[in-house]
Design a protein. Structure first.
Lengths: 275, 287
């Protein structure tokens, strides 16, 4: 096994590799006065370009809230997020978001092709480039030639592929995914986990992947950020040094995989860990 | 008068994802005979019963002419230009009033639905106003507009149609899925782009229902205006036939009005289901 690196700093943390995503002292409180809900107490972490980071935490601990703050959809109460060095103040240009609810994030009145390109159309990207990007993105997610279908004619797994294609065609620096496979069946889920890993490897995209599934987090990640219950803070950050490319059967059978998932589980259940 | 709110019509099933394979194929599995033939048979039976009851004297034939007599009057009536001119006048007023109610109702509804403040300030009064029967405005409108021109019936159509259109549009905008909006925002759409690309298409099923309701209510009121106040519309011809003591002509013209109303409804439903092919209630194929 390779030497364990410092899990707090981003992987490959040389000076030239400035973080592509940084969260500094970020806190979110919903409501005010006696109704106030402290969703996130305080979070700080940074992510290097090309990293695959999973964020796991119990349901309701503020994972969606965190992603919304990073995506500029929600103003944090305290602290800031920085994407590519710029403070987030509204949705950043270099960031794409994949939601858990694919049926609600895709537009049912648009074809698959138009769902992939509408962000580009809104941004007045030339038509020919839109088509080229859409073709490449749909091929990348294994849906070549599905342009003229409607999302509701596809299975759940395929719809989420369309949502991923939309994100890829946007050519972001950072891809945020909010429990993207939580409502899929086991087979589609495994397929899509591998798809995202492959796409990440091919493109060098930075991926922040939120999940409440511990196995999934360890399987996908270079680092796992484990969150506490509300009011949320970072419980621990773990480096995952499992060999790549990962494989659903062999990777998950590795002793190191089992050790890591047990550790994450203990952290989430708030039990003492051996580390 | 006015629509129950929010009226979802058949077009508005919840926007929730459907488990694949169980899309509610509206009117699915029904043959042409079941959809058209059987209801038509019911109509024929009612007409037959009517004929029988009036011919045998169970119902007084003086006030309730037999169906065949009404049919003959209908055939005779529609061969004269008079009834078509009256119908044309009613439909012109209706079209003008409906156009006005669309021009006012949709923008107003969009505004009321988009602005939390506008919604909070106006929604209660709107809910109140729409419960007032539009017909109550007729005496005032007669004073303002007179009874001779097309304006009175147009104004009545407007009053009947503008509320369902406005209210449906308002609820349509308010019901836009927040996740869909977030997706648009996350992908860099500004307020205008969000409005054009997400709010309008999302609200469209509601707006279409509002239009359909408004069109029908408006037609009723356009007819009612000439029925009560006179003038040139089909309503006046119905009253006229009554004053002339020709009951079969009264019924014939009522039937004609009904057919026109049915035509309007069916046309709008057909357009609606074409444009809303993507909506959960109308999807044909889920694999
Ligand atoms: N708009 C909101 N207003 C008030 N409370 C909210 C809102 N959104 C989320 N919350 C609360 O904040 C907490 C974190 O929510 P969320 O970020 O959705 O958690 P997760 O995605 O981890 O399940 C939950 O307790 C939730 O009830
Ligand atoms: Mg969530």
């Amino acid at each position: 096994m390779s030497e364990r690196r410092d899990p707090i700093a981003p992987a490959g943390g040389d000076v030239a590799n400035a973080p592509v995503l940084e969260v500094r002292n970020l806190g979110v409180t919903y409501g005010s006065g006696s109704d106030a809900v402290v969703a996130i107490r305080e979070l700080s972490f940074s992510i290097a370009p090309g990293e695959f980071v999973c964020i796991v935490g119990p349901s309701g601990c503020g994972k969606t809230t965190l992603l919304k703050s990073i995506a500029g959809l929600l103003r944090p109460t305290r602290g800031d997020a920085y994407v590519a060095g710029k403070r987030v103040d509204g949705p950043p240009k270099d960031l794409a978001l994949v939601f858990q609810e694919y049926t609600r994030s895709l537009l049912p009145w648009l074809t698959v092709g138009d769902n992939v390109t509408f962000p580009l159309a809104a941004r007045k990207v030339p038509k020919s480039e839109q088509l080229a990007r859409r073709k490449a993105a749909l091929a990348q997610v294994g849906l070549p030639g599905f342009d003229d279908k409607y999302p509701w004619q596809l299975s759940g797994g395929m719809q989420q592929r369309v949502a991923i294609a939309r994100a890829l065609a946007y050519e972001p620096a950072v891809l945020l995914m909010d429990e993207p496979f939580a409502s899929l069946d086991a087979q589609s889920r495994a397929d899509l986990e591998d798809l995202v890993l492959k796409v990440q490897r091919d493109t060098g995209l930075t991926v922040v992947f939120v999940t409440h599934d511990i196995d999934e987090s360890v399987y996908e990640a270079d680092r796992v950020i484990v969150l506490t219950q509300r009011p949320t803070a970072i419980r621990q950050i773990l480096a995952v040094d499992l060999p790549k490319p990962r494989d659903q059967i062999t990777t998950k059978a590795l002793p190191e995989f089992v050790r890591l998932r047990t550790e994450v589980l203990k952290l989430i259940k708030n039990e003492p860990t051996v580390d | 008068m006015g629509a129950d709110v929010p009226v979802h019509g058949s077009a508005q099933v919840a926007q929730k994802p459907l488990p694949s394979g169980v899309a509610p194929r509206s009117k699915a599995g029904l043959t042409w005979w079941q959809r058209v033939g059987e209801p038509a048979l019911v109509v024929l039976c009612v007409i037959g019963a009517w004929e029988l009851l009036t011919r045998t004297g169970v119902l007084p034939a003086k006030d309730l002419p037999p169906a065949t007599v009404i049919g003959a009057a209908f055939i005779g009536d529609i061969q004269q230009s008079r009834v078509w001119e009256a119908l044309g006048a009613t439909l012109t007023s209706w079209a003008v009033g409906l156009a006005g109610s669309i021009l006012v109702g949709i923008p107003a509804g969009l505004l009321l639905g988009s602005s939390q403040l506008a919604y909070r300030l106006f929604q209660p009064s709107l809910e109140f106003v729409r419960t007032i029967p539009s017909i109550a405005a007729l005496p005032l409108l007669i004073l303002l507009l007179g009874t001779r021109g097309y304006q009175l019936a147009a104004a009545m159509t407007f009053l009947g149609a503008v509320w369902p259109i406005m209210i449906q549009t308002m609820y349509g905008v308010r019901d836009v899925d927040p996740t869909t909006m977030d997706a648009g925002r996350a992908y860099g759409l500004g307020p205008f782009q969000l409005f054009i690309r997400i709010v309008l298409p999302s609200a469209f099923p509601y707006i279409a229902t509002g239009l359909r309701l408004g069109a029908v209510v408006g037609l009723l009121l356009s007819v009612a205006a000439s029925l009560i106040a006179g003038g040139t519309g089909i309503g006046f011809l119905i009253v006229n036939a009554s004053f002339s003591g020709v009951p079969e002509l009264v019924y014939a013209r009522i039937v004609l009005t009904g057919i026109v109303g049915l035509g309007v409804t069916l046309t709008l439903v057909a357009i609606e289901s074409r444009l809303l092919f993507w909506h959960a209630s109308r999807r044909r194929t889920v694999t």
